[in-house]
Design a protein around this ligand. Structure first.
Ligand SMILES: [Fe+2]
Ligand SMILES: [Fe+2]
Length: 256
C-alpha cells in the first residue's frame, strides 16, 4: 500500500516534471516557477531549484493553466473543490461525526476545516497555518480550536475517551516525543475556556479515516454559509491578514 502510494506519487511528480520541461522548451511563452518550499527536502534548498529561464520566455505571473480554473470570486467551497486535496474525505467524515453527535455548528465547522493546512497548503504545523488561514472569516473560537488541535492530539483525555492514537505510533514511532513548543501550547490550551472545542476536533479526528464512508460537502454548505464570512470580492481578493495565503493557494506557481 505504502509502496503503491510512493509509486503513484513518483509517477505523478515525474509527469509534472515532464510537463514543466515541455512548458519551458515548448511554445508556451510563460513558464511556471517553483517555490523553494515545493522542493525543499527533495532537493537541497540552497542549490538551484530549476533550470534557468530559456531565452524568449517569461515567467508565469498569474493562474497556472495546469490547475483547475478558479472563479473570479472564489468561495471556500470552490477551494475545497478545486484546490484542496483528496484528504477532504477525512475532513468531511470528521464533520459528519460531529454533526451526528449533536455538536454545535462551531464544532462542526472546526472539524470540517481542521486539516485544511494539510489538504491545501503546508503539512508542517498544519494546525497553526489552518487557523491563520480562516481566522478573519470565522468565530475566534473556531480558529483557536484548530490551532490548539495541533498540540492537543498528542495528549490523552480519558474524560472524553481520547487515547493517544494508535495511528501516531504507526506514523511517528514508539519513541516519538512532541517538541517543547507543543507541550507548552498543550498546557496553555488545557487551561483555556475553549479547551473542549479543540478537544472535540481530536475526538472526531481519530474515527474519520473509515474506508467507504463518503459524506458530501453539500451537507455542510448551509453550516459554512452561516459560520464562514465569505468576502464579497472572493477569498484571496479581499483585504484581510490571510488574503495573501488564499491567493497563494489559488496561484501557487506565480513567480513573485
Ligand atoms: Fe490535524
Ligand atoms: Fe485530522
Amino acid at each position: 500500500m505504502a509502496n503503491d502510494a510512493a509509486t503513484a506519487t513518483a509517477s505523478s511528480s515525474e509527469r509534472a516534471d515532464a510537463l514543466e520541461h515541455e512548458m519551458m522548451q515548448g511554445l508556451e511563452t510563460r513558464v511556471p516557477l517553483r517555490s523553494v518550499l515545493f522542493t525543499s527536502g527533495d532537493r537541497d534548498p540552497t542549490g538551484p531549484i530549476q533550470d534557468p529561464l530559456p531565452p524568449g520566455k517569461h515567467v508565469l505571473q498569474g493562474a497556472d493553466p495546469r490547475l483547475k480554473p478558479m472563479p473570479a470570486k472564489p468561495t471556500l467551497v470552490d477551494f475545497f473543490e478545486r484546490r484542496f486535496g483528496n484528504a477532504n474525505n477525512h475532513l468531511l467524515q470528521s464533520a459528519a461525526l460531529a454533526k451526528k453527535a449533536g455538536h454545535n455548528e462551531k464544532v462542526i465547522l472546526a472539524c470540517l476545516l481542521h486539516d485544511i493546512g494539510v489538504t491545501g497548503f503546508i503539512r508542517s504545523d498544519h494546525g497553526y497555518w489552518g487557523a491563520q488561514l480562516i481566522a478573519p472569516y470565522v468565530d475566534e473560537e473556531v480558529s483557536w480550536a484548530i490551532r490548539a488541535h495541533q498540540s492537543l492530539r498528542f495528549f490523552p483525555d480519558e474524560s472524553v475517551g481520547y487515547k493517544y492514537p494508535e495511528m501516531y505510533v504507526r506514523l511517528f514511532g514508539e519513541d516519538f516525543e512532541p517538541e517543547a513548543y507543543i507541550k507548552r501550547d498543550y498546557e496553555k490550551a488545557r487551561a483555556h475556556k475553549w479547551y473542549m472545542t479543540a478537544r472535540l476536533i481530536c475526538v472526531n479526528d481519530i474515527y474519520a479515516f473509515e474506508p467507504g464512508v463518503n459524506p458530501s460537502l453539500d451537507d455542510f454548505v448551509d453550516i459554512i454559509g452561516r459560520n464562514f464570512r465569505q468576502p464579497a470580492e472572493g477569498l484571496g481578493w479581499d483585504d484581510t491578514p490571510s488574503s495573501h495565503m488564499w491567493r497563494t493557494i489559488m496561484m501557487p506557481t506565480r513567480a513573485l
